[in-house]
Design a binder for this molecule. Structure first.
Ligand SMILES: CC(C)(COP(=O)(O)OP(=O)(O)OC[C@H]1O[C@@H](n2cnc3c(N)ncnc32)[C@H](O)[C@@H]1OP(=O)(O)O)[C@@H](O)C(=O)NCCC(=O)NCCS
Length: 165
């Protein structure tokens, strides 16, 4: 579970030394537009600690994603999330801008969904997306997630997609 790969990407369990890449990713306003806004290095440091602890507690979590030449491409994963007081498990993904528009998110979403439903045997997975994030909504639809409902999270209108085993 610490590593997996797809046709064009490799994924490794989030580690302390991924901090600089994550800080740069989260500092890009375009990348963070639908992720709650740009995060300071301090906030990303806390984010990394939280997500490493998630691995320790649950045995799965976020991975750092690289192109096959080793270049940092983004981060993606499967994690617990409280939605309207219900413990859900979501898939998440964010790529550096130069990696957009090449099908990488779709490739990783398919892999995450297989890991979640088949390897982890989870009953269902969700995706939570800002209503205006058309690219991410399309990623979920292409991975066979169905639109379930809309809600508000931290003041933002979001839609919830779900796929069941
Ligand atoms: C959202 C994101 C992950 C998409 O990554 P990507 O690798 O470019 O996605 P893909 O190349 O797999 O394309 C996904 C689909 O969305 C479509 N798409 C891309 N941009 C779009 C847009 N602005 N509007 C509508 N559809 C769009 C693509 O055409 C593709 O559909 P298709 O295969 O039917 O043509 C990427 O833009 C990103 O990292 N954004 C910042 C972080 C983020 O928002 N993460 C998701 C949070 S829920």
């Amino acid at each position: 579970m610490d590593h997996f790969s797809t046709d064009r990407l490799t994924a490794e369990r989030l580690r302390e030394d991924h901090l600089a890449d994550l800080v740069a990713l989260h500092h890009d306003a375009e990348v963070s537009r639908y992720l709650g806004g740009v995060r300071t290095p301090e906030v990303t440091k806390a984010y990394l600690a939280t997500n490493m602890a998630h691995w320790d507690q649950h045995g799965f979590g976020l991975w750092t994603v690289r192109a096959k030449d080793g270049a940092f491409a983004g981060r993606a994963g499967i994690r617990h999330i409280l939605v309207d007081d219900v413990d859900e498990i979501e898939i998440a993904y964010a790529f550096k801008r130069e990696f957009w528009g090449q099908g990488f998110a779709s490739e990783i979403a398919t892999a995450l969904t297989d890991i979640g439903l088949l390897q982890l045997a989870l009953p269902s997975l969700i995706g939570i997306v800002y209503i205006g994030n058309a690219a991410s909504r399309r990623v979920l639809e292409k991975s066979n997630y169905l639109l379930e409902r809309s809600t508000n999270r931290h003041g933002n209108d979001v839609v919830i997609y779900r796929i069941r085993r």
